[in-house]
Design a protein around this ligand. Structure first.
Ligand code: NAP
Length: 368
């Protein structure tokens, strides 16, 4: 084990301790000398062996695009807690991303303002990083960014910049339903985005998660919102509630991304990270009801009417809960590719929805 010197001054005003000479024992001043944990080289389990806490040094500098989202929370946490320097580019208000700073040691989680269209800025942000993770995505279009901009052009810009900067590992997050022939633009552009990334950076790892839940997700929160909103006559479902989902916990996906990023064996591979169990939408509504004690009454709504309702959400200021494109999200079955690499291949055992639901649905429990 080698030792990195923290050049900061002690609060007490005492002189900084000297770095140990060759052959000397490591000093006991924990805060002053941070153990350098060797970077794993061989197997995917290596990530879990860092384990020395956020004041250790993993040796990684990681740029995480899309850090302010649901998956960003877990991904920043996973890297920061093993002592990585984490760059978290953001585009909005820095308060949106401020909570991420405390996930790492002082000064190790860095916020950088950027616009993903600014190629020079993106190049600056990946310069010096050995790992880059792209979590940018959006389920709906805005006035400024269409699906093509977010799902194809942005990943291409990032992949191009990574290649030029000599980044070792690029992980690009796509979607389980990514399919160039999909009727839903958010899924067809996801597949085209994967191809754009691979054309610039063929060694990139592609991760395709299924529907994710966690803190501040748009899946369980939408179900709860619909169930509690007095304006709705019931729990609105499309496709008779028979759409198939493999809900997966965002924290498990984040852990898998970390394991993929530090494993040299994952280069150029596609991982489909789907939850361990298959549910219909109606079954998920039932889990919501069992967990919260709230009665449910599924009400099938034709897709055009559902779209019209969601359009009203789009008109609300600051709405991030629902949009018209959710009709596709809620009506297209999730279909993992048989034999695809998954959680098992990256050393993660994904949690079942039933065991995790209470953690996120606790605020919605009904007091009887
Ligand atoms: N959530 C799911 O169920 C699910 C399932 C499968 C795959 N995925 C994919 O997984 C990835 C992460 O998902 P998530 O749930 O964490 O998404 P999210 O919570 O919606 O976060 C998306 C991130 O992308 C950023 N972003 C969106 N538009 C941007 C733009 N024009 N310029 C720069 N940044 C932009 C957002 O930044 P702001 O905060 O500034 O908007 C945010 O940090 C996405 O690629 C998504 O498609 C998600």
């Amino acid at each position: 084990m080698s030792w990195a010197v923290n050049t900061g001054r002690r609060r007490s005003g005492r002189r900084r301790a000297e770095a140990p000479m060759a052959g000397e024992r490591a000093p006991r001043l924990g805060w002053c000398y941070r153990p350098v944990i060797p970077i794993p080289t061989a197997d995917v389990d290596a990530a879990v062996h860092y384990g020395r806490g956020r004041s250790s040094v993993s040796g990684h500098t990681v740029t995480i695009f899309g850090a302010s989202g649901l998956l960003g929370l877990g991904t920043v946490h996973r890297f920061a807690r093993i002592g990585s320097t984490v760059r978290t580019p953001y585009r909005g208000d820095h308060y949106d991303i401020r909570h991420l700073k405390v996930m790492g040691d002082l000064g190790q989680v860095v916020q950088n303002f950027y616009c993903v269209r600014d190629k020079d800025r993106v190049a600056q942000l990946v310069e010096g990083s050995d790992i880059v993770i792209n979590l940018i995505g959006r389920d709906y279009e805005t006035a400024n960014f269409k699906f093509e901009d977010i799902n194809i052009d942005a990943p291409r810009t990032i992949a191009e910049a990574c290649k030029k900067a000599g980044v070792k590992r690029l992980v690009h997050v796509s979607h389980i339903n990514a399919d160039a022939d999909s009727e839903a633009k958010q899924f067809s552009t996801k597949r085209l985005g994967e191809l754009a990334v691979l054309s610039e950076f063929p060694e990139a790892s592609i991760v395709r998660p299924s529907t994710m839940y966690g803190y501040d997700d748009r899946f369980l929160r939408w179900i709860a919102h619909m169930n509690r909103n007095v304006l709705f006559p019931g729990d609105l479902v499309v496709n008779g509630g028979e759409t198939v989902f493999y809900p997966t916990y965002a924290g498990d996906v984040a852990q898998a991304i970390q394991n993929i990023a530090v494993s040299p064996n994952s280069s150029g591979k596609v991982y489909e990270l789907v939850g361990p169990k298959k549910y219909t939408y109606n079954e998920i509504l039932q889990i919501y009801s069992d967990t919260t004690g709230a009665p449910i009454s599924p009400l099938n709504v034709p897709a055009p009417i559902f779209k019209a309702i969601l359009r009203m959400y789009e008109l609300l200021p600051s709405n991030r809960l629902a949009s018209r494109s959710d009709v596709y999200r809620l009506s297209i079955d999730e279909t993992p590719t048989p034999g695809a690499l998954g959680f098992g291949d990256v050393g993660v055992v994904p949690a079942e929805l039933e065991t995790m639901a209470l953690r996120f649905l606790r605020p919605y429990r009904v007091v009887s």
